[in-house]
Design a protein around this ligand. Structure first.
Ligand code: GLN
Length: 484
């Protein structure tokens, strides 16, 4: 196997045993990127020089941290000191942050080598990465299809072996949905488990940073590094952080798994339902107790999300006014005109639409009717989950209603596009941890299974995911995007 194909933990072993140097690994990764990137287009920015410099420095150093010498990528919404952070938007096209997000500095301190910044839907609004202001990313399993979104660059790069792992963000499904479409592992931790400091805010009460990897061990290793309290983010909770690798045990006897009937209804492709049901049988075979439950308010999650998320986005995106960050219209005659022409030219259509929807939902005459109502629905959704978790350890469902769709198939039809998140959005509304893992294929395209846990119980997700992985081989299948 080539170095670029190895997982993070396999690379750690190679480095420790001196079977490979970090320079060799970084070179292998860039040669892979050169081979496939013109087709996949996962990266907005690449830093080969910087990465090689770092790798050479680590190679002559004699102490190891958990990530020393290992390459990775960041979704381009995570601030990286001295490296452009665009949010795939024209308004931040040339924005270079002077500080690192907490997650970025934690990976850096652990010795990781940042390879580049990954494509996404503009400001994380979307489900296909076609809403990037720059170019769409393609699915390594089928180049005519989308990788999902909004963290599509992260998912595609990990699936195509351009990097062993990446970080993304998930507000309504943006880690789990692309992980599912690209056949990789994607974890959205509990709201408050990982710091959001330095991560450009979309909807602050829903956003969470998480991990893309090719196996569960890597996911646990990276979570160990990024999780935990941060004095710079007051919503990042100060509770004990376990060593997540302790949960890598192939034993789930007696684990109580619920599957919600609302997540297996019409609208979910039959092939996906069958694949996930088969995975549930596997869990039974491994000793879990599997039962059907109901989450009765599920159908209201998506409409409520599309009030809460745009409302928060309209407030968060007010800061992009041409004064503080990025682009500015220097031709404008006065400051009001400068604000408006900068924003008109800087934001794409979807972002503008959401700002308008959100501003409307928060306006004085409509606040009670829309925003407040959505918050009440959000509470009902959370209550549904709390009730199930009185009797169960874990909830399992499909991650997405379909497998990856074709580029262009859903553009211009926002409501259809929004439906992609119907099974992931409720988890953000309730603030719970959720994970997508590969569980099979339909028509040669990957299918993801979603595992949903109790708040701050990422450990149980990792345990259940690991047991499934150890007893199946879906995670070993790799796409072949062909080389140039
Ligand atoms: N697709 C959803 C949206 O557009 C979720 C995006 C996300 O999780 N960032 O809002």
């Amino acid at each position: 196997m080539d170095l670029y194909e190895l997982t993070l933990h396999e690379l750690q072993e190679k480095l420790h045993n001196k079977q490979a140097s970090s320079e060799e690994i970084v070179k292998a990764v860039f040669s892979r990127i050169k081979d496939v990137e013109t087709k996949i287009q996962a990266f907005i920015t690449l830093d080969e020089e910087g990465a090689l410099d770092k790798a050479r420095k680590y190679d002559v150093q004699d102490h190891f941290s958990s990530l020393t010498g290992i390459p990775y990528g960041l979704k381009d919404i995570i601030c990286s000191q001295g490296m452009k952070t665009t949010c795939a938007s024209k308004i931040l096209e040339n924005f270079v942050p002077f500080y690192d997000a907490t997650v970025a500095s934690r990976l850096k301190e652990a010795g990781g080598v940042l390879v580049g910044k990954l494509n996404m839907d503009e400001f994380a609004m979307g489900s296909s990465t076609e809403q990037s202001a720059f170019f769409p990313t393609r699915n390594p399993w089928d180049l005519d299809r989308v990788p999902g979104g909004s963290s599509g660059g992260s998912a595609a790069a990990v699936a195509a072996c351009e990097i062993p792992f990446a970080l993304g963000t998930d507000t309504g499904g943006s880690i789990r949905q692309p992980a599912s479409f690209c056949g990789v592992v994607g974890l959205k931790p509990t709201y408050g488990r990982v710091s959001r400091y330095g991560v450009v805010a979309y909807a602050s009460s829903l956003d969470q940073v998480g991990v893309f990897s090719r196996d569960i061990r890597d996911c646990a290793l990276v979570l160990n590094i990024i999780a935990g309290k941060d004095p710079l983010d007051s919503t990042c909770v100060d509770i004990e952080k376990p060593d997540y690798t302790e949960f890598l045990k192939d034993d789930i006897k007696g684990l109580k798994i619920a599957f919600p009937r609302e997540y297996f209804q019409e609208g979910i492709a039959q092939g996906i339902k069958d694949t996930v049901k088969k995975a549930l049988l596997k869990y039974e075979e491994l000793g879990a107790i599997v039962e059907e439950v109901s989450l009765p308010h599920s159908e209201y999650a998506l409409p409520a999300y599309y009030l809460v998320a745009p409302a928060e986005a309209s407030a968060n995106l007010a800061r992009f006014d041409g004064v503080r960050y990025g682009r500015r219209d220097f031709e404008a005659e006065n400051v009001i005109q400068m604000f408006s022409s900068t924003r008109a030219a800087g934001f794409g259509d979807e972002v503008k639409m959401r700002i308008m929807l959100g501003t409307y939902a928060l306006s004085s005459g409509y606040y009670d009717a829309y925003y407040l109502k959505a918050l009440k629905v959000r509470r009902l959704i959370k209550n549904d989950f709390d009730k199930v978790f009185e009797d169960f350890d874990l909830i399992v469902s499909p991650t997405t209603p379909t497998t990856a769709f074709k580029l262009g198939e859903q553009t211009g039809d926002p409501l259809t596009l929004y439906m992609n998140d119907i099974l992931t959005v409720p988890i953000n509304m309730a603030g719970l941890p959720g994970m997508s893992i590969p569980c099979g294929f339909v028509d040669a395209l990957p299918v993801g299974m979603q595992l949903i846990g109790k708040p701050f119980d990422e450990g149980t997700l990792i345990r259940a995911a690991y047991a499934f992985e150890q007893n199946t081989d879906y995670h070993t299948a790799k796409p072949d995007p062909g080389v140039m």
